[in-house]
Design a protein around this ligand. Sequence first.
Ligand SMILES: *[C@@H]1O[C@H](CO)[C@@H](O)[C@H](O)[C@H]1NC(C)=O
Ligand SMILES: *[C@@H]1O[C@H](CO)[C@@H](O)[C@H](O)[C@H]1NC(C)=O
Ligand SMILES: *[C@@H]1O[C@H](CO)[C@@H](O)[C@H](O)[C@H]1NC(C)=O
Length: 431
Amino acid sequence: MVSQLTSVVAAIGLWHAMPSAAAIIPPSVLTADASIGACKLAGDAVLGFDLSEGVVPAGSSVVRGWMMFVDFPDAEAAGYTAQGVYDNSVAKANAWYQTSSYGRLSLNVSADVDHIYRMAKPSTAYDWANHGTSYNQMVFIEDALDAYMQVHGIAEAADLKASLPEMDVLYVVTPPSTPNFDVSYGSRYAAQTRSHNGTDGNVVEGAEVSKGYVTFGTGFFREETKSDGSGVNPAKIFVHETAHTLGLPDYYPMGFGLLEGEYVGGFSIMGSIGEQAPDMFAFDKWRMGWLDDSAVHCVTEKGTSTTHVLQPLEADGATGGVRAVMIPTSNTTALVAEARITKGVDASFCGVGVLLYTIDTKVRSGYGPVRVVNTLESELRWCGGYSLNEAPLSFIRYRSPSKTIKDLGITITLIEHDESINTWTIKVDYI
Ligand SMILES: *[C@@H]1O[C@H](CO)[C@@H](O)[C@H](O)[C@H]1NC(C)=O
Ligand SMILES: *[C@@H]1O[C@H](CO)[C@@H](O)[C@H](O)[C@H]1NC(C)=O
Ligand SMILES: *[C@@H]1O[C@H](CO)[C@@H](O)[C@H](O)[C@H]1NC(C)=O
């Protein structure tokens, strides 16, 4: 293939010294709008670029939510107030979204803090510990809405709708004392009342009260702060489950006895809720409409060597600069480079550098659709719980400034880190 190699050095925002024999192709050829489509990977509703099946369309500015609190005959609410739980989660989750989305998405979540609704059935009715199937979750939501209707003397679904605020997401909180109810779920499927027999004898179909729902298990109440300031807390769990309603998958391994950080280390709140670098991957920010096409360089031409100046993912503002370089390797796979620094929701992060990860939209949620590329020669454990936290390209000792991924024919090399303006220049060699 050497004969077809054209040595092209194109720099965006910064021209680099280039071999005198190099053919110069204007940057516009490589970053033309025509090629950006190749980076909008095909895939299903949670893995592909298109997130239109989430509770709000990509680019929406607000997610409207409403929160209700329930308990069970066998697990009564005790030791907390609904107002306290609301105050300790919603405002901080909203601030998290505003920071990560560059002010493009906020949460508007109200709550019924005056009631704890008693479910008719015991907590054991839902088989929650066995990953409460989506059927059990659906029944759980129907029962919670029934409990609400009973307390307020509401018989018809239409009257229920009228008594609730318009919402995208219904949040239901269970008490911290519930045995075997640890897990929380976020769903982009509608919350509905159950069908029932109307007074005329005809079945009245369940009415939709929200486009998605979240059920908080007892894990929602977990709160820890690690020495570096990271850690799990209710606000971050709120963020994670809400992101599922928007359409995002899980990036941690489902079972298999693997470490939580096996695939993505401490990156993305969809990979690890309590680790160092919970900011959403640039690909996810892009598909949620938090970044524009202009923030992504899509390198589609084989036989090219291009340079790109990255602004840190966490830098303020969605506009101004490139936040990700993507090299699509098929219509469902890509390699991505993005610069990560200690800022914003990544304020505890210590593995600063240019993060590389692969995306494969044919791999299911929980099976590693996104995998951080390990650039390290040996394990490092200076930055939090996972060696992968230090995988970003860096000039720092023991870290690597360059990585070749032979299978993909791609080498990414860190050329310069301008500390005064915090930009990262990388070279992409795609053979
Ligand atoms: C939040 O929603 C309520 C009820 O729909 C509305 O009155 C209020 O203006 C909204 N607040 C913001 C900041 O959007
Ligand atoms: C409706 O009524 C029929 C006959 O009384 C009963 O068999 C059925 O279970 C009822 N369905 C619901 C959803 O209550
Ligand atoms: C993706 O590529 C495969 C094979 O290369 C092709 O069959 C499929 O139609 C493409 N899908 C889209 C959405 O372009």
